[in-house]
Design a protein around this ligand. Structure first.
Ligand code: PRX
Length: 659
């Protein structure tokens, strides 16, 4: 695995030679929320440490036990009761912070909304009352398919307030993807909008919802008017947000739920075509989301302005736009659109405008900014920034240095945060007031988290070695399972190192000579494209669902901007061989976008006469990656037919197609 991984990403073989490191700025270190003692405290008594973090929240009833661990099923803070929305909103208003801005929202066209904690309380209460009127009860699943508008966060909090688990689906997913998730979650209500603004134009959402809902059990659709575009309407099922939410009373008495009550289901790609519904619960999740946000970003609620650029449809939006920051009483920026609209300096303009002090973004965005040029950020005043975060994929040292120099002015710690949808919250990251940071390394597990790198046999590798990243102890925000599929939960995460009882993250990693961790990307058939997880199998099934495709194999090839790019090798059905390659490639790319969503559109589709297979019929993706990355071919001796690779190289009839 390790050799293959570094071969796939040549920059990685240089990682262990990285000698640069940067100490925390003295003033930050002197006032840091979390200091080096936390590591000691957590290692002295891990469970007592997490109890202390749980006490940062407001509970209506204390827990009986910190952790009940019937591997791999955990209960954290069992017996305790709390309400997540109360913790994120009401308690701040009760403490006299009602006038503090919770959200500075900026629409892509430049329209703005300022939402204080009092406003947020009123809006969440109204939305909770409206959902109740629409028939939502504790335990019912509510789908959310929305652009980046405040109602997205309000809807999530309203669901949390009612104990109705939400399942947010990224607005870029297709109707089919949405339908699969609605069915899997057996959702009762859908919250959406007419559309949102993207790249300077209204982009519709409601038509996809209508298509997705056919034949599902969804009874009501609550629709926010954002763009004003015409929408298809089903009387009796569809209701406007402004009709049913705005007229509700602005008071709502929250009920307190068990710590293990389901909070949300979030679908993510696995190694099969069927996405996994990752289940998170209430008390442990909020404890870790809140604590890590406080520790890793050093947020000071009275002075900081925080901005996480993720979409609410991904776990980063859940934990570091909604639950972490709001539980910590942050003032934050929320932005609807893309970073290049109406100009490529939009992010920097927003940082200057709102005096953002903490920025959390993704390596793929940073690499795009690098490409667009140093002069763009240089035009804006970014001097308010004091902490920079990165998430979603390995950040190469060049991008890390550029971020530090050109955005952080050379004096902001860069925290590279490793975690997953499944972990719920950050697991491995520097602490900005403690760690001497190294460009490209996520470094060490946070206090209270136990991670290691092991070899094939589950034995920890020594410093300087590489292997698989594992989590060796349960953690509060861990997934509680895969919705409706306990067996898959066990198989996917807990069977690889069953004897040791370790959680297998699916990532390769190295330990440098100081014992710091360097993430090397996925070791399974999951790609990471612009920080988004997409399974090779999912794209393959989308391709073979096209009538002209006989067989397809998909690999993630190194891409300078998106981290990995999707490259598909496709064998056509006999009759279509020799057709118009270019038009067909375009058709296939659009077909994948329609089946899964534009994020899954292959960068490149190669029409080939054969695929390399082992004697047992398994496709050798390693060899296809060699082709996709224009490398000389690796070992072909295990192929059933070793000549097939020549056939592929000479028989490729169509190449790259961009749009
Ligand atoms: O491969 C790792 C990569 O993203 C995967 C998790 O993807 P997802 O569940 O969509 O969550 C993304 C946001 C938390 C991981 O298995 N990944 C995430 N953060 C990093 C990373 N790889 C390297 N460095 C990171 N900081």
């Amino acid at each position: 695995m390790t050799a293959e991984n570094s071969a796939a990403n040549p920059a990685l073989s240089n990682l262990l030679h990285e000698e640069r490191h940067f100490d925390p700025p003295a003033s930050l270190a002197a006032n840091a929320n979390v200091t080096a003692d936390a590591y000691q405290q957590a290692s002295d008594d891990r469970l007592a440490f997490w109890e202390e973090q749980a006490r940062r929240l407001s509970w209506s009833q204390p827990w009986d036990t910190v952790l009940e661990w019937d591997a791999p099923f955990a209960k954290w803070f069992n017996g305790g009761k709390l309400n997540v929305a109360y913790n994120c909103v009401d308690r701040h208003v009760e403490a006299g912070h009602g006038d503090q801005v919770a959200i500075h929202w900026e629409g892509e066209p430049g329209d703005t909304r300022t939402i204080t904690y009092s406003d947020l309380l009123a809006e969440v209460s109204k939305a909770a009352n409206a959902l109740t009127e629409l028939g939502v009860e504790t335990g019912d699943r509510v789908m959310i398919y929305m652009p980046m508008i405040p109602e997205a966060a309000i809807a999530m909090l309203a669901c949390a307030r009612l104990g109705a688990p939400h399942s947010v689906v990224f607005g870029g997913f297709s109707a089919d993807s949405l339908r699969n998730r609605i069915d899997d979650a057996s959702a009762k209500v859908m919250i959406t909008s007419d559309g949102g603004y993207r790249r300077g134009a209204p982009s519709a959402l409601k038509p996809a919802v209508d298509e997705a809902l056919e034949g599902t059990g969804v009874e009501k659709v609550l629709v926010v008017r954002r763009t004003g575009q015409d929408v298809p309407w089903t009387e009796g099922r569809d209701v406007w947000w402004h009709d049913v939410v705005d007229s509700q009373p602005a008071e709502h008495t929250p009920e307190f739920f068990d710590a293990e009550h389901p909070l949300f289901i979030l679908y993510t790609s696995g190694t099969t075509a069927k996405p996994k519904g990752i289940l998170h619960t209430t008390g442990g999740y909020l404890t870790q989301a809140s604590y890590t946000h406080h520790a890793v970003f050093d947020l000071k609620p009275d002075t900081d302005v925080y901005w996480c650029t993720a979409d609410i449809g991904w776990v980063t939006g859940h934990s570091y736009i909604v639950y972490g920051p709001l539980s910590n009483r942050s003032t934050q920026v929320m932005y609807e659109g893309t970073p290049d609209t109406p100009h490529k300096g939009r992010f920097w303009e927003l940082i200057e405008k709102y005096k953002v002090s903490i920025l959390y973004t993704a390596p793929t965005a940073i690499r795009s900014f690098m490409k667009w040029g140093d002069d763009l950020p240089a035009k804006f005043d970014l001097s308010t920034l004091r902490v920079l975060g990165s998430v979603g994929e390995p950040i190469n040292p060049e991008a890390w240095m550029w971020y530090r120099e050109h955005i952080g002015g050379g004096n902001c710690p860069v925290v590279d945060t490793w975690w997953q949808t499944e972990t719920g919250a950050i697991m491995i990251s520097p602490l900005p007031g403690v760690t001497s940071t190294k460009p490209g390394s996520a470094q060490v597990a946070l206090p209270g988290i136990a991670a290691d790198i092991v070899d094939d046999q589950g034995k920890p590798v020594p410093d300087g070695g590489g292997g698989y990243l594992v989590l060796t102890e349960p953690w509060p925000a861990m997934l509680r399972g895969i919705w409706g599929d306990p067996e898959r939960y066990q198989d996917t995460y807990w069977s690889r190192f069953a004897d040791e009882g370790y959680y297998f993250a699916g990532d390769g990693a190295k330990k440098d000579n100081d014992g710091d961790l360097w993430l090397l990307g996925r070791v399974d058939d999951v790609m990471n494209v612009s920080g988004h997880r997409i399974s090779t199998t999912e794209v393959e099934s989308a391709l073979v669902s096209h009538p002209k495709v006989a067989e397809a194999a998909v690999v993630g090839a190194t891409d300078p901007t998106t981290g990995q790019g999707i490259v598909a090798f496709v064998i056509l059905r006999g009759a279509d061989e020799g057709g118009d390659g270019e038009a067909l490639v375009k058709e296939l790319r659009n077909h994948v976008a329609k089946e899964i969503g534009p994020i899954a559109k292959p960068r490149q589709i190669l029409l080939v006469p054969e695929l390399p297979k082992t004697r047992s019929g398994k496709i050798m993706r390693r060899l296809l990656r060699d082709v996709a990355e224009n490398r000389s071919m690796g070992d072909v001796t295990t192929l059933a037919d070793p000549t097939v690779m020549n056939l592929i190289s000479s028989g490729i009839t169509s190449g790259k197609s961009e749009d």
